[in-house]
Write a protein that binds this ligand. Structure first.
Ligand code: AMP
Length: 190
């Protein structure tokens, strides 16, 4: 099964993806994690994207599409991928469909975690205090939220049109959201 966890920054996508990895035979493909690893390694790619990420802006489609493409064979071997933080633009969504199609695969389900903006701002303030992730600072987070609303949320009709969108209330506890995701996925054929 190939699954997209969809939602605004700090909606809980990463937390839920990690749980699904443990429970199902799937690989988490988080472009945010891949980019942070590139920065930590001091690679050219890391140097290229660190300022963009710190400001909360999106990195270019070409970069994230290439990162995902590199990891598709590994996800296939594991039995499926959980895309976390990708796609974020229509160009990325179309590229993902094309890459999967060329490999005889497809997206099976897009799970949207709904969390209102006020709850996101509260969550991220707590997370910033705890982890000090640079792009969780209030100014960058506002840019990230705007990028989501302007460039990523418009993907919802794209996936709705494909009949793949399922909505999950992301406001509850981690356990309650996990249960809602499991129920949503039970209805999806692998
Ligand atoms: P995330 O951990 O998914 O919140 O991503 C952190 C940051 O990495 C984002 O604010 C962007 O700067 C960058 N990023 C991650 N994934 C993407 C993507 N699919 N497209 C563009 N930029 C991305």
């Amino acid at each position: 099964m190939n699954l997209i966890l969809f939602g605004p920054p700090a909606a809980g996508k990463g937390t839920q993806a990690k749980r699904l990895v443990e429970q199902r035979r799937m690989v988490q493909l988080s472009t945010g994690d891949m980019l942070r690893a590139a920065i930590a390694s001091g690679s050219d790619l890391g140097k290229q994207v660190s300022g963009i990420m710190e400001r909360g802006e999106l990195v270019s489609d070409d970069i994230v599409i290439a990162l995902i493409e590199e990891r598709l064979p590994e996800a296939e071997a594991a039995g499926g991928a959980i895309f976390d933080g990708f796609p974020r633009t229509l160009a990325q969504a179309q590229a993902l469909d094309a890459m999967l199609k060329s490999r005889g695969r497809k997206i099976d389900s897009v799970v949207r975690l709904r969390v209102d903006d006020e709850a996101l701002l509260q969550r991220v303030a707590g997370r910033f205090a705890e982890s000090g992730r640079p792009d969780d600072n209030p100014d960058s987070f506002k840019v990230r939220l705007a990028a989501y609303n302007d460039q990523t949320a418009p993907l919802l009709p794209y996936y709705e049109g494909q009949g793949k969108l399922v909505e999950v209330d992301g406001m509850g506890t981690i356990e309650a959201v996990a249960k809602a995701i499991d129920e949503a996925l039970d209805g999806v054929a692998a």
